[in-house]
Each structure stands twice: as structure tokens, then as C-alpha cells.
Design a protein around this ligand. Structure first.
Ligand SMILES: [Zn+2]
Length: 387
């Protein structure tokens, strides 16, 4: 049995280094990746990088132990959300300890987990591993889980396929087995401009947008009355319009209008149905009338991002609970990379230190006790892979 308490101070030290790299999603993560590479080289752990097309960011995949099946992956993203506009009482990029709380951007989401992974390397190396442990570091998670995709596509090809991936998003070290999918869209309406006194000669893009949004509101009501998965709050899929821009002046029939919207769908519901139904309604009830006034009018819906939902397999949940020393599992309302691993064929659950309550907020912190819990989970991962 590996005793992981000895690794706590090392984890805190590494966390301080990780927090110090400003890896806000729009910036490079390469200095942080180089730091991880140094740790891996010192420990003689083989790894490979999966860089992005621009060459300013990279994911990393490391293997500890023998190659072979039944590997367990530990996965976390290196990027953090911006601190701009937030009121921080300490420097967000300097780890600051107050009592048992460690403050800094990313401490909870999710450099605390990365620090535990890296601090545990000597324990993983010392364990008589029979099956491998993989360390996976991604980027651009906070802008739609985009950065991990090229790496995930390599699993089972150039990179080994883990039999289980623990995605260490903040869950207070409890096992999370499901979350909704998130698909976001922009819908653009091209109307036809006219003086508002000659209303009949124009097509108001604003009016068309209002009709489409009404359609989405009806769809939402429909979902609310037909879906009920009590594990989730709310227990149904949701449709939400978050932003609208359009029009020029009070007395001009609006030529342009666009709105941003999203669907958060229960894992077993195909959220793209909503946009298909809306566009079918547009085609059937709106476009012909618009085009009879001006053929240049149009309604275009573009998908911006898509994060698949998560519905972990029963075997993944039971192994996750064993490793986390828990006897129940939960669902969460935020999206993660876990669904991408699942879709590729790597069973996946979420389990990581810290509370989602602290994520993305000013004065983000993690409790030392959460790091202790996380390190014991990693100790159980080592034990499990050694038997
Ligand atoms: Zn996160």
C-alpha cells in the first residue's frame, strides 16, 4: 500500500509553479508544458506531445509502467479562465496560502489535480506496476473542450487506449458519472432594409429572430414537459438564447439580426434535434415569405461548439468508486472532456479535488485536504495497477 501523505508538500510546491504560468486559454501553454517535460525527463518517464496547428500549444501523453492493456489514464487541462474584470485579493498567478486554503487562478480548476499527478510520479515509479498509468495534459478545455480532441483521436492508434480515464475536474473527489452535452450556435438573419413607413417593402430581421426565438422557447417548454431525469437539476434538457444583436434605428426595417444560443441536453437526448427542428420551421413557415420580398434574405444557423454529454458505463463507475473509496456516484451540470474519451472508446468518469463552487471565480482556492484526498486516490490507482 502506497502512503501518499508524504507527497503533499511536493504537490503544493508543484502547484505553486503551475499557478505561476499564466495559461489563460488564449495564451500559449508551452512554458508550462516544458516544466512538466522537465519533471518527466528527471523521472525517466516517456511521453509524447500533440501540438496544435499554430505550434503555440500542446497536449502531452506520458506512460508510466509496462505497456499493455488495462491502463488507467489521469487527465487534466492546463488552461485556465481569464482573471480580467474579477476582484482578486491576492495575485492570481502567485500561490498564496491562508490557513489551509491555497489561493490562485486554476488551483481548483484544475491545476490542483495536475500537481497531484506530477507529485505522485515517484510513487507510481516505485510501485510494482503490472498495468500502465497514463498522464494526460490538454489545453483549450475552457473554450469548448477543443484542445484534447487531436490527442483523443490518437488513442488506440499512435497512443494506447486507456481502459479507464479519470478526468480530474473539481468534484470534491467524488465520482461523477454523467453530465449534459452542450452545443452552441449562432443564428444569423439577413432581412431586407426599408424605411419603416414602407414596412411592406422590407423584411425585418428582428421580427424573424423573434419568431425563431419563440420557436426555441416552445421547444424548451416541450422538453420540460416530456423529459424527466431526476439525477439532473433541472431534470430536462434546456434551450437558452444568451445574446441578440440587430437593427440600425427605430425607423429602419432591420436588415441584420443575430442571436447566440445553446442546448444543454440530457446524455441520452440528441440536442442537435432542436436546431434541425428550428431550421425546418424556418424553411416551412418563414423563408418563402422573406424571399418573396427579397431573394437575398436568408436564415443561417452555424454550430459554434459541441461538447458531448457523459454517461459512464457501469464498470467505469464501479472502478471509479473503488479508486475514490466512495460508494455512490453523482451527476454534474458542467461539461468536461470526459465525454470525448468515452466517445473514442476509453471509459471515463470525473473525479478530482476541489469544489466547482470555486472554479472560474475571483479568489479561487483549493483546500489542502482536497489535495490529500486526491493523493490517496492516486495511491489507490498505483495499488490497483500493481495487482
Ligand atoms: Zn476545468
Amino acid at each position: 500500500m502506497v502512503n501518499m501523505n508524504d507527497y503533499l508538500e511536493q504537490a503544493v510546491e508543484i502547484l505553486a509553479q503551475l499557478v505561476h504560468f499564466d495559461t489563460t486559454s488564449h495564451k500559449t501553454n508551452l512554458p508550462l508544458i516544458s516544466y512538466i517535460e522537465e519533471i518527466l525527463k528527471d523521472a525517466a518517464v516517456p511521453y509524447s506531445l500533440v501540438p496544435n496547428d499554430e505550434g503555440d500549444k500542446a497536449s502531452l501523453f506520458a506512460t508510466i509502467g509496462p505497456s499493455g492493456p488495462l491502463g488507467i489514464g489521469l487527465s487534466g487541462h492546463t488552461d485556465v479562465v481569464p482573471v480580467e474584470g474579477q476582484e482578486w485579493h491576492t495575485d492570481p498567478f502567485t500561490l498564496t496560502q491562508k490557513g489551509d486554503q491555497l489561493f490562485g487562478r486554476g488551483t481548483t480548476d484544475m491545476k490542483g489535480f495536475l500537481a497531484c499527478m506530477l507529485a505522485a510520479i515517484p510513487a507510481f515509479k516505485a510501485a510494482p506496476l503490472q498495468q500502465p498509468i497514463y498522464l494526460i495534459f490538454s489545453y483549450d478545455e475552457e473554450i469548448g473542450c477543443t484542445g484534447v480532441r487531436p490527442l483523443v483521436n490518437q488513442l488506440g492508434k499512435d497512443l494506447p487506449m486507456p481502459s479507464l480515464v479519470l478526468v480530474g475536474e473539481p468534484s470534491n473527489c467524488q465520482v461523477v458519472e454523467a453530465h449534459k452535452s452542450i452545443t452552441s450556435y449562432v443564428t444569423r438573419i439577413i432581412g431586407h432594409e426599408a424605411h419603416s413607413s414602407l414596412l411592406h417593402q422590407g423584411v425585418s430581421a428582428i421580427e424573424i429572430a423573434a419568431k425563431l426565438i419563440n420557436h426555441l422557447t416552445d421547444a424548451q417548454q416541450q422538453l420540460k414537459s416530456t423529459q424527466n431525469d431526476a439525477r439532473f437539476d433541472p431534470a430536462y434538457s434546456t434551450v437558452h438564447v444568451g445574446r441578440i444583436d440587430g437593427g440600425t434605428a427605430r425607423n429602419i426595417v432591420a436588415k441584420d439580426c443575430e442571436f447566440l444560443w445553446e442546448v444543454r441536453a440530457l446524455p441520452d437526448f440528441d440536442g442537435t434535434e432542436i436546431s434541425q427542428t428550428m431550421m425546418a420551421y424556418a424553411k416551412k413557415d418563414l423563408l418563402a415569405g422573406m424571399k418573396s420580398i427579397s431573394p437575398a434574405t436568408d436564415i443561417v444557423t452555424e454550430q459554434i461548439t459541441s461538447v458531448p454529454g457523459l454517461a459512464s458505463s457501469a464498470s467505469a463507475v464501479s472502478l471509479g468508486m473503488k479508486l475514490a473509496n466512495q460508494n455512490e456516484s453523482f451527476v454534474v451540470s458542467y461539461g468536461t472532456e470526459a465525454g470525448l474519451f468515452e466517445d473514442q472508446g476509453a471509459a471515463s468518469v470525473i473525479c478530482g479535488p476541489g469544489s466547482i463552487e470555486q472554479a472560474h471565480k475571483p479568489n479561487e482556492f483549493i483546500d489542502r485536504a482536497e489535495l490529500v484526498k486526491c493523493l490517496s486516490i492516486l495511491g489507490r490507482v498505483a495499488d490497483h495497477q500493481s495487482s
